[in-house]
Design a protein around this ligand. Structure first.
Ligand code: NAD
Length: 520
């Protein structure tokens, strides 16, 4: 089975001749098992960032439609939570099969709407697919604990139960992976879900929901609403929604965390990042430079685990800068669906202008622009939001280009005289998402792993995103909440513990043995 109704329109948009002005399909809402057009009068354009063509139009969901989505989820909950776990899991087995079968169409939609290369788009879908695979094995994560005989004839045990209606709010940069971080585990744990994809690239989430319905999710278990601030505020405030998962920027995430918590909800919020690579003088030059270039410039730097700062212990000597610049220069900018594309466009003209402004502010503050990606033009895609790989040297922690998350293909190079000094820089940054050390020394790696104040650490691995049987464990300014996304913590987030103390009087047994009815 493939994707149903008009969804193929999104997928075909990644061809060199995208839909453009021919048709701008309306992005559907999913309410109570039906894909429907919104009745709103307010719409946003979903734009191809390589061409500026309008691919589709996204509705700003009305309050009445939002309420219907939450009501549908609340209505579906009692039956879904009492559906046996293996039955819920079987839907995920089917869902993962359908995602695999439609991988290329999903990837093409991601490339058209988000801009990343088709290879990166397939990675986007694949990393989400791995969470669906983990949801297929959810049963052991749902188990409780039991202590027999806590008092005479009394046992005590805990059971994990779903919360009810839960909701998710997604960013633009991983339009397939992030929705899949959220709803598969939540619904397999027995919750029902209201999802808000990013308003910039909703196509993959809608296609995934279509596949999840085909896989057998009953109506109302997964609902989709679109929009931006208003719908997010309703999600934070609605008492029927018990928990919120958020992935996105610091500003939105901190706001949603406070507003959601104030309304008595659980909130987990994955926020912004500034991920450092620490390059020790003994690191292997070829593999380290290759890793740095891929992690800094790949996906146009629009990954929350991108390496955006490199600290060279012992200095940024020619030994490092020459091969690094050569690797950066060798990357080809192009529309994501073109065969030779290594780096696609940024999401919007505003994102590009902001990155360029931060590069200029670095230069004005004394950083050296070793490679300048500003002003590049990609033939055939002159209107695209392209920014070429950019390398800044002599960056110091007080500079704005270091303090701000640029979210573009820009690597800021810093220097330190020792591992201790490098650790001080990393630990002094407000964010604590990911980091990596490149070295041949086990002792240096071990010290780094132990002392770095960051939640995900790579040792000669540039982008240490944990597989979904672990959790995505950003720290400090990169996370707000208690329980991280996916893995065991993810299931704990979507379930609550009930603790039962039980006594079955032994006298009842005597009565039953004597053939009489038990005492009521
Ligand atoms: P964003 O914060 O602008 O948007 C994320 C979501 O929040 C969207 O659905 C949007 O509609 C909503 N939103 C935005 N502003 C809002 C506001 N003022 N009030 C209410 N809702 C609002 O983020 P983005 O630009 O889509 O994504 C990029 C950011 O996400 C980067 O900072 C990146 O580091 C971060 N990110 C973090 C992780 C992680 O796991 N830590 C993963 C991916 C992306």
């Amino acid at each position: 089975p493939g994707l149903s109704w008009g969804l193929r329109l999104f997928a075909s948009a990644a061809a060199p001749n995208p839909l453009g002005s021919v048709a701008s399909p309306k992005v559907k809402l999913l309410i109570d098992g039906e894909f429907v057009d919104s009745t709103t009068e307010n719409w946003l354009d979903v734009v191809n960032p390589a061409t500026q063509d309008v691919l589709s139009r996204l509705p700003l969901t009305t309050k009445a439609e939002f309420d219907s989505a939450v009501t549908a989820a609340a209505k579906a909950f009692p039956k879904w939570r009492s559906t046996p776990v293996p039955t819920r899991v079987r839907v995920m087995f089917k869902f993962q099969e359908l995602i695999r079968a439609n991988m290329d169409e999903l990837a093409r939609s991601v490339t058209a709407e988000q801009g990343k290369t088709l290879a990166d788009a397939r990675g986007d879908v694949f990393r989400g697919l791995e969470v669906v695979e983990t949801a297929c094995g959810i049963a052991p994560y749902l188990s409780g604990e039991l202590v027999e005989n806590v008092a005479g004839g009394i046992d005590c045990y805990s059971i994990r139960q779903p919360l009810g209606v839960v909701a998710g709010i997604c960013p633009f940069n991983f339009p397939a992976m992030v929705p899949l971080w959220m709803f598969p585990l939540a619904v397999t744990a027995g919750n029902t879900f209201v999802l808000k994809p990013s308003e910039r690239d909703p196509g993959a989430a809608v296609m995934l929901a279509d596949l999840a319905m085909q896989a057998g999710l009953p109506k109302g278990v997964l609902n989709i609403v679109h929009g931006s601030r208003d719908v997010v505020n309703w999600m934070c405030d609605d008492p029927a929604i018990k928990a919120l998962s958020f992935v996105g920027s610091d500003t939105a995430g901190r706001y949603i965390y406070s507003r959601g918590c104030a309304a008595g909800k659980r909130v987990q919020a994955n926020l912004g990042a500034k991920n450092h690579a620490v390059v020790m003088p003994d690191a292997d030059v070829d593999s380290t430079v290759k890793a740095l270039a891929g992690a800094a410039f790949g996906a146009a730097g629009q990954r929350c685990m991108a390496i955006s700062a490199a600290i060279f212990v012992g200095g940024l000597t020619d030994r490092w800068s020459e091969p690094l610049l050569a690797a950066a220069r060798s990357l080809r900018l192009n529309a994501g669906w073109e065969k030779d594309a290594d780096v696609g466009p940024l999401i919007s003209p505003e994102a590009k202008a902001r990155a360029e402004r931060l590069i200029a502010s670095g230069a004005a503050a004394g950083a050296r622009v070793l490679l300048d990606g500003r002003g590049v033009v990609v033939p055939g895609y002159e209107r695209g939001n392209f920014l070429g790989p950019t390398v800044l040297a002599g960056v110091t922690p007080n500079m704005e280009c270091y303090r701000e998350e640029i979210f573009g293909p820009v690597l800021s190079c810093l220097e330190a005289s020792s591992l201790d000094e490098a650790l001080q820089i990393v630990n002094g940054n407000e964010h604590g998402n990911g980091t990596a050390i490149f070295t041949r020394s086990g002792a240096a790696a071990r010290k780094f792993q132990s002392e770095v104040d960051v939640g995900m650490v790579g040792i000669n691995v540039p982008i240490p995103v944990p597989l979904p049987f672990f959790s995505f464990s950003g720290w400090r300014g990169s996370f707000a909440g208690d329980l991280h996304m996916y893995g065991r913590a993810g299931v704990q987030f979507y379930t609550q513990t009930k603790t039962v103390t039980s006594k079955w009087p032994a006298e009842d047994l005597k009565v039953i043995s004597a053939g009489a009815a038990p005492v009521a």
